[in-house]
Design a protein around this ligand. Structure first.
Ligand code: NAD
Length: 440
């Protein structure tokens, strides 16, 4: 099959490379010239484990290419994917669909022969209808179907997630009509390499598929927020949230994933997708109060992070030096979008602290977003002379730090561990003032 992927970001690049690896011929299109230039030179503009090798193999195999001008690729494609960003619209939290609709208009002007237009971006219910309207209006003659195929990959494990998904949701309207059936055939063929034992494909109507993505992200954000509130309660009543998480997670109805208490969820999806779902639901006259509360609780949690540092320090932050280990919203990505560090660092600075930081992959992005934070060359450089060190992101390299060395380098041995990487009893035995999340 021939695939055109519009938008070559975290989702478009991984999906495009994986489809190419399945044997399809894929052109990844982006309007960001520097991104395409780098990709053409074999450089990967994002950090995602395994992606560089996957891209290289498929480029060499002639199945994957990159271009600024997608006209030819779109004209000849069996399926054109829209994988552009859908950030929060400033002011109201709705998903900003301007990139999606611009892509739809470009597609309309180019497609030839029957083409499946697939929305991979996360888009509110009804967006597929609007894409269909845009294309139909510009090209009354065109033969096409608009399909929803939301992406569930996680940054940091994106290739594995794409190639071994729990499910692939595909929303096709009127699947028994001639057009619906053709669209289904194209989608099934694209994902055929996944059908090893049992097919993971779940076909639904398009609106249902669009909503599944938001429902999944909102549920996960709620699960994280639930365990974070339990952690706060544990701190007050002398219980251990890690054991609570284990104790409830062993119940199969609950499951043990996404029960790690921490600084609050961040990243490029949960914050914007929970907000957009709240908007969609409010507009539809069917408010989702659990998610409204999730959004509010998470925001309050991130806003209170600096105070957590102050309390552990047992002192005013004014004139103190704080070292942050980790800046990205989770390990194994360089993505800084809505990372908790973006709340924490400015609040520390506003309280009068000097902030130094180290992150294995995120510092380039972070430097532009937090100009007042001094970026350092390693974890030991970051903690030098610091009054307190905060583990913000649980990168593997922070799991076995030389704690005696850190103690010697710091002004005072105080650690705030927002990811519960270390054990409270062990840290105290080493002479640290230590606080984790939700543990006595
Ligand atoms: P991104 O910002 O990394 O990439 C989007 C890319 O689209 C950019 O490179 C941009 O230049 C390009 N673009 C925008 N308009 C274009 C146009 N008209 N033509 C060509 N290129 C264009 O975004 P992302 O993180 O890959 O997310 C894309 C979508 O996937 C979003 O809707 C997001 O919610 C969803 N999603 C993201 C993840 C994730 O982990 N990042 C996971 C699942 C779903």
């Amino acid at each position: 099959m021939r695939v055109a992927m519009i938008g070559t970001g975290y989702v478009g690049l991984v999906s495009g490379a994986c489809f190419a690896d399945f044997g399809h011929v894929v052109t990844c299109i982006d309007k960001d010239a520097s991104k395409i230039e780098r990709l053409e030179k074999g450089e990967i503009p994002i950090f995602e484990p395994g992606l560089e090798a996957l891209v290289e193999t498929n480029v060499r195999g002639g199945r994957l290419s990159f271009t600024l001008d997608g006209a030819e690729a779109i004209r000849t494609a069996d399926a054109v994917f829209i994988g552009v960003g859908t950030p929060s619209r400033r002011g109201d939290g709705h998903a900003d669909l301007s990139y999606v609709y611009a892509a739809a208009a470009e597609i309309a002007d180019l497609i030839q022969g029957f083409t499946v237009v697939v929305t991979k971006s996360t888009v509110p219910v009804g967006t597929g209808d609007e894409i269909e309207r845009i294309i139909r209006e510009r090209r009354p003659d065109a033969e096409f179907a608009v399909v929803s195929n939301p992406e569930f990959l996680r940054e940091g494990a994106a290739i594995e997630d794409f190639k071994r998904p729990d499910r692939v949701v595909i929303g096709v309207n009127d699947i028994d009509s001639p057009t619906g059936a053709r669209a289904r055939t194209v989608m099934a063929e694209l994902y055929r390499p996944l059908n090893l034992n049992e097919s993971p494909l779940l076909f639904t109507e398009r609106r249902t598929s669009e909503l599944i993505k938001y429902a999944a992200n909102a549920f996960l954000a709620m699960k994280i927020t639930f365990i974070n509130e339990m952690a706060d309660l544990c701190e007050k009543v002398g219980a251990d949230v890690q054991q609570v998480a284990r104790g409830i997670g062993l119940d199969k109805r609950i499951g043990n994933k996404f029960l790690h208490a921490g600084p609050g969820y961040g990243g490029s999806c949960f914050p914007k997708d929970t907000l957009a779902l709240v908007r969609t639901a409010t507009d539809a006259g069917s408010p989702v109060r659990l998610i409204e509360t999730t959004v509010a609780v998470n925001a309050a949690r991130k806003a209170a992070l600096a105070d957590r540092v102050r309390v552990t320090l047992g002192d005013d932050l004014k004139g103190k030096t704080v070292a942050l280990l980790g800046l990205t919203f989770k390990p194994n990505t360089d993505d800084m979008r809505d990372a908790p560090s973006l709340d924490l660092a400015p609040a520390l600075i506003a309280a009068g602290a000097t902030v130094r930081a180290y992150d294995p992959e995120g510092m380039h992005e972070a430097a532009a977003l937090m100009p007042d934070v001094a970026m350092t060359s390693g974890p030991y450089e970051a903690v030098e002379g610091a009054d307190v060190v905060v583990i913000v992101t649980e990168w593997d390299q922070f799991r076995a730090l030389d704690l005696d060395r850190i103690k010697l380098l710091m002004k005072r041995a105080i650690m705030v561990d927002l990811r519960n990487v270390y054990r409270p009893d062990d840290m105290r035995a080493r002479g640290y003032v230590y606080s984790g999340i939700g543990r006595p």
